[in-house]
Write a new protein. Sequence first.
Lengths: 153, 289, 387
Amino acid sequence: METLERILAQHPFFEGLEPEYLKLLVGCASNVRFDADAYLFRQGEEANQFYLLRHGRVAIEMCEPQCRPVRVETLEKDDVLGWSWLVAPHFWRSDGRAVEMTRAIALDGKCLRTKCEQNHDLGYELLKRFMRILEQRLQSTRMQLLDVYATHR
Amino acid sequence: MPLIAEEIEGKAGVSDPMLPQACRVAEIVKETQDTFTLTLEPREGESLARFAPGQFSMLYVFGVGELPISISGDPERSGRLVYTVRSVGQATHALVSRGPGEWVGVRGPFGTAWPLDEARGKDVLIVAGGIGLAPLRPVIYHILRHRDDFVRLLVLYGARAPHDLLFRKELTSWSRTPDTQVLTTVDYGGVAWHGRVGVVTTLFRHLRLHPDQTVAMICGPEIMMRFVISELREIRGIDAGRIYLSMERNMKCGVGLCGHCQYGPYFICRDGPVFPYARLQHLLERHEL
Amino acid sequence: MPTAEPVRRVAGCEALERLIPALEDRGYQVVGPVMREGAIVYDRLSKLDDLPAGWTDEQEPARYRLRRREDGALFGYRVGPECWKKFLHPPEVRLFQVHRANGNFRIIEEAAPAPRYAFLGVRACELAAIEAQDDVLAEGRFADPIYSNRRRQSFLIAVHCTESVPTCFCASMNTGPRARGGFDLALTEVFDRGHHLFVIEAGSSEGAEVLEGMDTRPAPPELCRQADEAVARAASQTRSVETEGLHELLTDRFDHPRWDDVAKRCLTCGNCTMVCPTCFCTTIEDTSDVTGAHAERWRKWDSCFTQALSYIHGGSVRPSVKSRYRQWMTHKLASWTDQFGGTGCVGCGRCITWCPAGIDITEEARAIRDGNRVAATPFTEDDDGNT
């Protein structure tokens, strides 16, 4: 627990967060580990967690109709993974699969959601941070959508 | 703006810049499904002009046409010129269809060079997208040959999909040299791909940059270069004066006479293809320039 | 005032008649204005009679007509659809041939020597245009040998204009109507009490040599004054371009709504680029015969109004009419200065005369400067589709 507190306190994502909120987060945190090829979450499942990756690599996968999965993004050490827990109706929108052995800190989103409803200041702090993540992911996705390396005929 | 290129005198044995020098294809290597690397050698008794990294040649396929292609080989290996060509149309298809022993006409080298002088004593940040790694490869070769003249070598490379990545073996071997980081990514991959997926700007978060000690050289689709420059300037704190990019336009003569490659006040063949970003700052945001 | 006035002589038509064979004796092909198919164009001259004596031109936007003069002036018209670039920077020229045989690839250079032209009747605006093309084609890091050789061997006989047409604006572009230099000989045509005379000055040592071989006498001051006054009258022109700060204006106002307006009128026919004496764009065509043994490379005039000019893998960089008109006009009046100094526009007015839509570069420049969004030229349609 002590280690978890230090890790969260030093992580740039939580920079500027009130110490009492940090303590709250630590209370919702645990260490987790995934073997290579293991799924962290699957599309359609209830989204009740988010992860702070510590080691390894996770791919966001989406299935084509014939179910050949396409990896649309990878995340690794120090990246934050998972925003669906914060956005109703709280379902994972894609699969998350460990590309290699991955260690992470899992945070209990279900518990945090309740706390955010009770404490809007906490809610705002978390939403602010996740908005930034979403903005980056949206920009990147748009650039991928432009398919800049394709040959246009 | 260093112009090593200007010190390099014209094509050996050919006085008129519009006359091609006949060269033989010594080797042709398939890099990806649509991209090939050609090695050209001069005729018996002739020599090839030296080039500076960033320059291009006009390559002529008998009776078909001519194209501007960046030189992608080692500037210090004389006696050969290496080009990495992506087959996208009739002329490029004809070029990559040349077999060993066949003839290709060469004019050049033309254009401006990457700022190797400016980069001495600094970290060199190379950001390439797709075929854009080809015009930057000569820079990497130069740095590896003169390793003590530079500090860190940082290579960020993005391609469409895993099978489109160029020079994979070299990327791996470069990453193993001291004080070098090579990070690659693709726009999408399959489950067999264990590397990174995401646009090339997502690679920056893995670097610890010293903005005042870095010279950035960027090459790829124009829109990708704009995104990279935004990231460099707005988020990574690198000054406009330390950023260089390579531009592309239609070319017919390659020597500033036919008017095709004009970009605002510049002729890409003569004032580029390598430009300091500061010079193009207000042009890049213009549509249909 | 120059410190040394050039010595001016005066001659009649007979002396001018003998000038043509004298130039031929010096190895020149004499070319100059001739009338053909209702226009005054440039072609071979073998005698003075070939000139369109007694003819003049009427020029307006999208209008060019010839009509008879009351006198027999040899040079009583302005510039037509052709310009001297037809000779110096030819519309089509072969650059080399290639033979392929027995695995061998041989380039055969063009052996024919460059023609030596004497241009009779070069207007001040045309001299300025030739100098502008010199900057592009002969004075860059890579000079074009075709242009350079022809240019170096050319002999220029200028004519100072004594009348202008409404499409002329050389005065505001500071290129005319008086030719200030760059010629070997210059003429002013005058009628003095019924005598058809030419005041002549030399502008080079070769010009002085040729002048010496002509039957001339010193030009009386009164005649010179008459000639100069006629030229000065040609400087009062109805059209003009305000060049002060124009470079910045055009460079900055890239998104000015006027560009959208002119795009509605422009047909991208490229006439302006064909008639413009400074336009220099060319394209390269590589061909081969059916046996595959013989190939040629040709250079041909091109125009920035084509989509093909800016084509790179997948599409044209300038697909819209707006972007192509803007490219042409800003190049002519602004970026040319960055590239070569001076301007690419010499005020000859050809683009105005020969544009089928009557687009007037002077009006467009004024509109961009003044911020006028919509044109008021004859051929604009209003919102209901009425002209």
